[in-house]
Design a protein around this ligand. Sequence first.
Ligand SMILES: Cc1ncc(COP(=O)(O)O)c(C=O)c1O
Length: 474
Amino acid sequence: MDAILDRWTNLRDGAAWRGATRDVTEPLLHGPPPEEGRDLDPLLQEIAGDIMPLAGRIDHPRFLAFIPSSPTWASVLASFLVNGYNVFQGTWLESGGPSQIEVTVTDWFREWMGYPESGGGLFTSGGSAANLVAIVAAREAAGNPVRGTVYMSEQAHASVGRAARIAGIDPELLRAVPTDDSFRLCPRHLAAAVERDRAGGLEPFCLVANAGTTNTGSIDPLAELSDIARSEGLWYHVDAAYGGFAVLDPATRPLLDGIELSDSVTLDPHKWLFQPYETGCLIARDVSRLASAFRIMPDYLQDAEWGPSHVNFCDRGLQLTRTFRALRVWLSIHRYGLAAHRKEIARAIALARVAEARVRSEEELELLSPQSLGVVCFRYRGDGSVPRGSLDGLNRRIQKQIVNSGFAMMSSTRIRECFSLRFCVLNYRTTQEDLERTLDRIVAAGRRLCADHSDPAGPSRAEPGRRVPERARA
Ligand SMILES: Cc1ncc(COP(=O)(O)O)c(C=O)c1O
């Protein structure tokens, strides 16, 4: 508890990222299992001093990479409690109280998504697992077609394609539908693809849309896509792992119109509901569809059969033994109130807007994809004298400098074939000043690199830092 408090208190002052290559970590941390135990104190010192610092500080206010995560204190406490109580959240028999809380919290989510009372779901390890559960449920609902095709956007998260592969769908039957100028799945292309496949004797059965892509934060035209899904008889899944909780912000809710028309939705509370890893969730419009795909009842579990109102969560997904994740959300929302969570989601969106405005106003920066939810993509382009062909290399080097300095953690992506810097703002600790100062450093790094090098393209890929950090605790 002391180590965590120490870390949380000094988070802003420390580096946003410290990595280390294997040749550093192996001599430092590898070793055989000791036959005899040791005192806990030095072990905890070792963990806090040698192991944990060699990582991204995902909850650092200037960790703007990938999709950050910044759990609330209450949610961390809930995780600690649940581990101490070692709750088995697979059957009602073994966890009546915890199961009731999972029913309650998934019911909150059901209402937020606008689903009818027939809806419900389960907590999962994350969005990848939730997408897999959805695709398996969709395949089952369609009668497990041998030549079944799945449609998703070309911007879909990689976990969707992987889920389809795990579910036994031939990669040849997976369609990545082109997107429009705003990276939104194009309904016209979708309709054409479905028609083509039917004409070719295939059996379209599932559409996966995005409510917040990882790359740019784009939101597919959810209502329009639901029309196609309904008329074509497709299971309509929305991957809202990143953006789903933006429904809590009344100003953003209209952008997600149509999510309530889907058959299932992936949510990741460990992203924008401020929960620790692994807190994912799947909610289905008709929760009985999950049981149709996943229910088990071997002889040795017959005592756990208490009837339909006593939910055995093992019947809704992959896991029999599962932990009690719902308590994290329950405690967080009871402790701080829903309004506080809502406010932080809205604040992150507003900050991303500020970052976009700054990029637009800065002559040397170029906006590659405007703010959508908390994501903004851009690059440094200099004063116009940098050849366009050198911009990828230049921006790679800028990213590397910022990340290795520890000041901020930024990840990159590719936008229309261009190497792009990317901010994803999510953390309740992040301030406007954090973003402004990071952008100042990006511009300064760009200027320095342009001044220092006749060939700003430099090395071709960012390398992880090799420095071993100072011990966090003496
Ligand atoms: C849109 C989207 N879907 C799915 C996932 C996978 O979620 P997880 O990493 O929780 O398995 C992510 C992760 O970033 C995501 O952004």
